[in-house]
Design a binder for this molecule. Structure first.
Ligand code: IMP
Length: 191
């Protein structure tokens, strides 16, 4: 099995990627903790490529990275690549989002995820994207998930991300779609 270094320090993300890539023929492992890549890109795809590429070069192995966030239509796509840096806690970030949207009736939004796999020399072998459309509620609903989940409502499911089971969230989410797309491309990867 070929080793694939996951460009994250988050063991939760490693578990999630393991679930997506089970039976794919790759052995996933976390990046060394001292290896930190700054997310300086202006798009999710740029950040995913940057992280995968730098971790691949530093470790001499194949590497995988993803970058994701929330784009709100009425805020011209904010918080976007700054989703994680929009406040100091999940509660803070949600409060800021609801404050900035105020009573605006136009509440359309989307979660976006970009994933990339880099070869040991840092070149990008594969990229995939996933988008999930929804609406920002006026107040949080549900206890599951993380981040902006309690205010992100998906009309087709009639639930917020925080009200869905992890299985349902995986099947409709931006990350689930990006990884489904990545899995389809994986057998055709140029080694
Ligand atoms: P990253 O992809 O780990 O850099 O995450 C970026 C940020 O986007 C997270 O810290 C969350 O605030 C937000 N985010 C990304 N995906 C989700 C999701 O599925 N639910 C809620 N928030 C998310």
């Amino acid at each position: 099995m070929t080793l694939l270094v996951v460009a994250t320090g988050n063991p939760g993300k490693l578990r999630e990627m393991q679930a997506y890539l089970a039976d794919s023929g790759w052995e996933l492992t976390l990046k060394p903790p001292e290896l930190d890549v700054e997310e300086t890109g202006e798009t999710f795809a740029a950040n995913a490529c940057l992280k995968a590429s730098q971790v691949a070069i530093a470790t001499g192995n194949w590497a995988i990275a993803d970058d994701s966030g929330l784009e709100v239509d009425a805020l011209n796509g904010a918080p976007g690549v700054y989703s994680a840096r929009y406040g100091s806690s999940d509660a803070d970030r949600i409060a800021r989002l609801l404050r900035e949207l105020g009573n605006n009736n136009h509440r359309g939004a989307q979660f976006v995820c970009a994933a990339a796999i880099a070869r040991p020399d840092g070149t990008i072998a594969l990229q995939a994207n996933g988008v999930c459309r929804g609406e920002i509620l006026n107040a949080p609903r549900g206890n599951g998930g993380f981040g902006y989940d309690p205010v992100f409502y998906v009309p087709e499911q009639n639930f917020t991300f925080a009200e869905m089971t992890p299985e349902v969230k995986r099947s409709v989410s931006h990350r689930g779609k990006a990884f489904a797309n990545l899995l389809q491309q994986l057998p055709h990867i140029e080694m």
